[in-house]
Structures are given as structure tokens and as C-alpha cells.
Design a protein around this ligand. Structure first.
Ligand code: MEV
Length: 334
């Protein structure tokens, strides 16, 4: 049996503006998805969590099976999926699952587990599962852990960790991925507050697109988010948490003016603000999650929960994809 895990992510700066070429910054969170695989000689099909795996309902798994066993001589496998990344909340649970699955498959095939390859293959799997389009930020952050910057050009001031291209119909999109080391004091945490409302990413992206079409002058707001993101990166690198928090709140104000916040998000953001250095929505908005940068994580969690949100604390720099050692409990299930 093999077991691998990979973290979820949140976007610190730059959601929506990244669609128009501005940089976006994401970081790993400490909630993870865990995948266990076991070769299964009793059956001739793949099994998922006890039942026969219906590949049409699990396009990520289908894609990876075709990619890794193109000749179709794959061994029957038993897959078990666990994890505590909330689904459909903008925290990259599906990307974390794909990344952990690639690593577990690499281990099972006795290949070297490589976070770059895991990031690349899982990005393709995500794109396949989403009908051809997916930005690589979720899979790259989940694979490498720490901080990842996505942009359309190479930024010489950051560590360039790779390029990703995706062809969708006749259009090829290329992204540049970077990482950097943030100097985060030990007493500073992220608190993530979940509204429990599922926002639709495609609807939110379309909303911003139509606003910009009707009011092209509002592209200045997209550029403003880009410069806030660049300022945020600098503040993270120098460990200036007050400036990081300020940049997050400014980023949120612009997102709100673009119309992608929601009453539920605003309620949690208002509750978290007094105990935080900065607060914003994270991801596509319209629901999903908000984040707070705070030195009083328990107080911030309490304030969010008082308003009906579900909140958890996440330290920074959670490790990327990794192979987990099997516990005696895991072995006893064999
Ligand atoms: C969603 O997590 C982030 C958006 O910027 C969409 C995208 O980048 O594809 C809203």
C-alpha cells in the first residue's frame, strides 16, 4: 500500500486580476487531501472507497490512468481518499487530490516522486476535468507548498520554478510560475473562514468580464490589484506583516468594488477585522471563503464563528506533496 498527501491553498493576492495578466500569489494551507492506493488482485476493476470506480464520474482519475497506462495494462487498484480540505470552497481541494493521486501513482510505479511532475500532470488532469481550462496556480501551490506567484511573464526578482502551457481548442495559454521565501514571524497565522455558500467561479469571472466590457475604464482596478499584489510580495519577503495585512484589505476593497464579494463574506470579514492585520475574500468570491492575517488566531476564529462561519487556523509554509509513512493502523486494513 502507498499513501501520499498534498495541501490545499488560498489566494493571498490577485484573484480575478490574474485572468487579465496581473500576478496572483497563493500559499499552501495546513488542510490536506490524502490518497491511499493498494494493488488489488481480487478484482479486475479499479475501486474507490469500497465501490467500483466509475471513471466517467472521476475525470481526474480517468485522465491519469490513460496518461500513465496508455496501453491499458494497468493493475487493478483500490483507492481510498480522505482529507480535510473543504470542497467547492475555493481552497483547491480538487487540485490537492489530483496532486496527491499523481504522487501515490508515481510511488506505486516505483518512479521517483517529483513535485514538478506531480504539479504538471495534475494541472493537465484538472484542465481535463474542467472541460479544458484551468489555471495552474492551485496544482503548483499544492505540489510545491509555501508561496507561489503566477504571472504571464518571468519575474526576475522571484525564483522561477516552471512554465505551464495548456492548449484549449486553438488557443495556447502559457503561465510562468515562481516561488519566494516569505519571512513570516512565528506568531502570525492565517485564519480561514468558510461561508458555507458555494460561489460559482465561472459566474464570478463572467461578472467581472461583463463589467470591464461595459466600462473599459475600470481596467484601472485590475491594474490596482496587480500593484497591490507586487507590494504584498515585497512585504511578505521582508516580514512586514502590517503592510501585508494592509495590502490584503486594500485588495479586498477593490474586489468588492468589482462586485465579487457577497453579504455572507462581508459579514465574516467585518467580524474578523478588529482582531486582524488584514482581511479579504479568497478565490472567486460570491461565497466560499475569506482569510484573515492575525496574531490573535483564537479570537479571530471565535469572531467568525459568532457570525455563523466555519473557521480554522492555518500556519504558513505547510509542506507540498509528500509520501506518508504507513502507520500500523494503515497496515492492519490491508
Ligand atoms: C479562482 O480561484 C481565481 C480566479 O482568479 C479565477 C482564475 O484565476 O481562473 C477568480
Amino acid at each position: 500500500m502507498v499513501k501520499a498527501s498534498a495541501p490545499g491553498k488560498c489566494i493571498l493576492f490577485g484573484e480575478h486580476a490574474v485572468v487579465y495578466g496581473q500576478p496572483a500569489v497563493a500559499c499552501s494551507i495546513n488542510q490536506r487531501m490524502v490518497v491511499e492506493l493498494e494493488e488489488e488482485n481480487k478484482f479486475d476493476s479499479w475501486r474507490l472507497d469500497g465501490g467500483i470506480l466509475n471513471f466517467s464520474k472521476h475525470p481526474h482519475i480517468d485522465f491519469l490512468k490513460e496518461k500513465l497506462w496508455p496501453e491499458n495494462v494497468m493493475p487493478p487498484l483500490k483507492i481510498r481518499i480522505r482529507g480535510n480540505v473543504p470542497t467547492a470552497s475555493g481552497l483547491g481541494s480538487s487540485a490537492a487530490l489530483s496532486v496527491a493521486l499523481v504522487a501515490a501513482l508515481q510511488q506505486l510505479r516505483q518512479e521517483e516522486v517529483d513535485s514538478g511532475i506531480a504539479g504538471q500532470l495534475s494541472h493537465q488532469a484538472e484542465a481535463f476535468a474542467q472541460g479544458g481550462r484551468a489555471s495552474p496556480i492551485d496544482t503548483a501551490t499544492s505540489a510545491s507548498g509555501g508561496f507561489v506567484v503566477l504571472s504571464d511573464t518571468v519575474d526576475e526578482t522571484l525564483e522561477h520554478i516552471g512554465e505551464r502551457s495548456l492548449q484549449h481548442r486553438d488557443e495556447v495559454t502559457t503561465w510562468q510560475l515562481h516561488s519566494f521565501v516569505a519571512d513570516i514571524p512565528d506568531d502570525t497565522y492565517l485564519v480561514i473562514g468558510n461561508t458555507g455558500v458555494h460561489g460559482s467561479t465561472s459566474k464570478q469571472v463572467a461578472k467581472v468580464a461583463s463589467l470591464l466590457e461595459q466600462h473599459p475604464e475600470r481596467h484601472v482596478e485590475i491594474e490596482a490589484i496587480g500593484s497591490i499584489a507586487r507590494r504584498g510580495i515585497e512585504a511578505l519577503r521582508t516580514g512586514d506583516m502590517e503592510s501585508v495585512g494592509k495590502a490584503m484589505t486594500e485588495n479586498h476593497i477593490v474586489l468588492r468594488s468589482l462586485g465579487v464579494s457577497s453579504p455572507e463574506l462581508e459579514k465574516l470579514i467585518k467580524a474578523a477585522a478588529p482582531s486582524s492585520l488584514g482581511v479579504k475574500l479568497t478565490g472567486s468570491g460570491g461565497g466560499g471563503c475569506m482569510i484573515a492575517l492575525t496574531k490573535n488566531p483564537e479570537k479571530t476564529v471565535g469572531a467568525i464563528e459568532m457570525e455563523g462561519g466555519r473557521a480554522f487556523i492555518s500556519p504558513f509554509n505547510s509542506p507540498g506533496v509528500r509520501i506518508e509513512t504507513l502507520s500500523s493502523q494503515d497496515n492492519s486494513t490491508q
